[in-house]
Write a protein that binds this ligand. Structure first.
Ligand code: CUO
Length: 721
């Protein structure tokens, strides 16, 4: 292994067991860091304790003191035991500073050295965030896999009552006993007395929360410009979150709940309470609950330099609505900037979020981020109880709370207001001359044609890297999550012209509203979930296009969410396959749950002219990381589709297109489908096939080459990983 590759491996090892001091063995190989004494916490300086852990077989990393350390005073002010929130401006500035320092180190060795200092002296969550962002963005480390946050902070993802048991289990395993996975019940945060609990399986899913955390790592809203300023990042902020809402609403309708209502009444009690039942491994305060009917208050917490009023949020809201209605914003220099139909949405995204790219923070404020803060501190707005923020304050946990979706429905409403001002697409703009989608068929094993099947699946996640201060043993948490039966689309297309290329766009949306009536197009378009997007070569005359569910451009493979850490490759080429592609919707959540009696939905396919969609100057496309391009973009590259995100559903319909059928042009088609939920639980290593029952996923792999649902089983426990 080259020296650089070694140093990269050591950088990753710094993420391991975040609360333990740096001199304890790190990573799967038990790496021992020999750091300059000045870099240690005061109580360890001059102490023999740091030498006690090395053995002749442990890899040793001797780091030399840098001539001088960069100025890290600001980030070092956050206590090691505090929770860290990117939504809090002070924390964001701290993180921005650390990212800047990490990005600025001239080589990996210096990066590793300064990172080791930060590892020892800084808040572990802040350190994890800044190191992950720097690893993703530095040219010399961008091929490194950034492991999911759940590896190191399982406490942000699993039932808190399991944490002491996980430590016990680690102790038992280290003494040679067999490990038993710790079951996380599906319903540990509430009961059906609370109707919102019906969709807890979605909100609390490990994969979707990791997706959201990873998305915000890839698209940070603060820090050095070269890290933030990515092609159409403001627009992607709008689109990715709009898709979260569309997906959540499909789950709600599947469970006989109304679509989520935007949160606008900021002076009224919030009916949705949430009790996360997450505890902290680091001893920082546990995640606060929000009781039913909590009211937002002005925030005044000098310790966090946080002071704003609900009135500030209201003022920014009014200015934003005024901006979208008049079609222009006022920038920092007092100039009017038109919100046109190409860049308007991007400008607005950066303004609303607000990222450092906002055109005018004074006038339009920081509405989205401080909304997260106001909600997350509603239980202790003036810090009188010394409580910290709740789940809405952290991108890794925010999606667990029902209010997340109501808040984002409000944010989305401003975007939609802007989109409503744009001219509808004409039939001529939508059409692809001479290309006709004549038939859409969906096949899935054991199911009638045009039927999706869903069910429950169990899977294990290894906690070895996160359960610190306990023996290094494999301890597994067992999740139950939604899963779907693999499926395939077959699309018949007639091309009356020459051979040419097209972009296939596939969406799904519920067919029936809360009252049992078919949706009007203008409502249904906002519920359209992107399932896939890909390029095809169309031959003259008839074409048959087939595409499997596990090829989707929105998802990352199943194994990336639920992988056995023992299987993470250590070679560079293996790592490349795993790398940055961690951003992406989890494959197991591709299809909404549906219902036992069959949930009615509509599958939509459109083919557009690839020549109009292709992006010039795409740069070197990293093929390894093209997995989930629709929601995550492509690294170091422009967003790979020139059309507006969400096209063709992002604008109001042309006159006369009141239903989806009326909206269709010949290059589009739709097919009624049913999503049938089966109340079965497939154990780890198994899949469910309707009509055949539960089967080993290994048998299934024979029939479909990359068969989803396959996953690694926990290996035999070993005393040391
Ligand atoms: Cu992703 Cu509000 O932006 O959580």
């Amino acid at each position: 292994m080259s020296a650089e590759a070694e140093d990269t491996k050591y950088l990753l090892a710094l993420l391991d067991r975040p609360n333990e001091p740096i001199f304890l063995p790190k990573g799967d190989d038990g790496i021992i860091f020999g750091v300059p004494e000045d870099y240690l916490e005061d109580r360890f300086k001059g102490s023999e304790v740091t030498n006690r852990f090395s053995s002749s077989t442990s890899p040793q990393v001797a780091l030399k003191k840098l001539p001088s350390l960069p100025d890290l005073d600001l980030p070092l002010k956050l206590s090691k035991r505090d929770l860290f929130s990117l939504f809090i401006p002070l924390h964001r500035r701290m993180a921005g500073r650390v990212v800047e320092v990490f990005m600025g180190m001239r080589n990996i060795k210096d990066f590793l050295t300064v990172a080791s200092f930060c590892r020892e002296n800084m808040n572990p969550q802040l350190f994890n965030y800044a190191l992950s962002v720097a690893l993703l963005h530095r040219p010399d480390t961008k091929d490194v896999e950034v492991p999911p946050l759940s590896d190191f902070f399982p406490d942000k993802f699993i039932d808190g009552s399991l944490l002491p048991r996980a430590r016990e289990e680690a102790e038992f395993v280290s003494r040679g006993l067999e490990t038993t996975p710790l079951e996380i019940p599906l319903d540990y945060t509430g009961t059906d007395l609370e109707p919102e609990h019906r969709v807890a399986y979605f909100r609390e899913d490990l994969g979707i929360n990791l997706h959201h955390w990873h998305w915000h790592l890839v698209y940070p809203f603060a820090g050095p410009t070269n890290v933030i300023n990515k092609d159409r990042r403001g627009e992607l902020f709008y689109y990715m979150h709009e898709q979260l809402l569309a997906r959540y609403n499909a789950e709600r309708l599947s469970n006989r709940l109304e679509r989520t209502k935007r949160f606008l009444e900021w002076r009224e009690p919030i009916p949705e309470g949430y009790f996360p039942k997450l505890d902290s491994l680091s001893g920082s305060r546990t995640w606060a609950a929000r009781a039913t009917n909590t009211i937002l208050r002005d925030i005044n917490r000098p310790g966090e330099q946080l002071s704003f009023e609900i009135q500030d949020l209201e003022r920014w809201r009014n200015r934003l609505y005024e901006a979208v209605q008049t079609g222009r914003v006022i920038d920092n220099a007092g100039q009017l900037v038109q919100l046109n139909d190409t860049e308007g949405i991007d400008i607005l995204g950066n303004l609303i979020e607000a990222s450092d790219l906002t055109r005018n923070r004074n006038l339009y404020g920081d509405i989205h981020n401080l909304g997260h803060v106001a909600i997350s501190l509603s239980h202790d707005p003036d810090h009188r109880h010394l409580e910290t923020f709740s789940v809405m304050g952290d991108s890794a946990t925010a999606m667990r709370d029902p209010i997340f979706y109501r808040w984002h429905a409000f944010i989305d409403d401003i975007f939609q207001d802007h989109k409503n001002t744009l001219s509808p697409y004409t039939a001529a703009q939508l059409d692809f001359n001479g290309v006709r989608v004549s038939r859409i068929q969906l096949t899935s094993p054991g199911l009638a044609e045009n039927t999706f099947g869903t069910y429950w699946q169990k899977n294990d996640v290894n906690l070895v890297r996160g359960i610190d201060f306990s023996p290094r043993s494999n301890v597994f948490a067992r999740f139950t999550h939604l899963q779907h039966v693999p499926f395939e689309y077959k699309i018949t297309v007639n091309n009356s012209g020459q051979a040419r290329q097209g972009t296939v766009r596939i969406f799904i949306a519920p067919e029936i509203d809360e009252r049992g009536q078919p949706f009007l197009y203008d409502d249904q378009r906002k519920l359209m979930i992107e399932l896939d997007k890909f390029t095809v070569n169309l031959q003259p005359n008839q074409n048959t296009i087939t595409r499997r569910s596990n090829e989707s451009s929105v998802t990352i493979p199943f194994e990336r969410t639920f992988r056995d850490l023992n299987s993470v490759p250590s070679s560079q080429s293996g790592i490349a396959e795993f790398n940055y592609c961690g951003c992406g919707w989890p494959q197991h959540m591709l299809i909404p749950k549906g219902s036992p009696e069959g949930f009615r939905a509509v599958l939509f396919v459109m083919i557009t002219n690839f020549q109009d969609d292709r992006v010039q100057d795409q740069g070197t496309v990293d093929t390894q990381c093209r997995k989930a391009i629709s929601y995550c973009g492509v690294r170091d590259s422009r967003y790979p589709d020139r059309k507006a995100m969400g096209y063709p559903f992002d604008r109001v319909p042309r006159a006369g297109a009141d239903t989806l059928q009326e909206f269709l042009t010949p290059n589009m088609n739709s097919q009624r489908v049913t999503i049938r939920f089966h109340d079965v639980i497939a154990p780890p290593g198994n899949v469910f096939i309707p009509g055949k029952g539960i089967q080993s996923s290994r048998d299934q792999q024979g029939s479909s080459k990359k068969g989803q649902g396959q996953q690694q089983r926990p290996k035999k426990p070993s005393g040391r990983n």
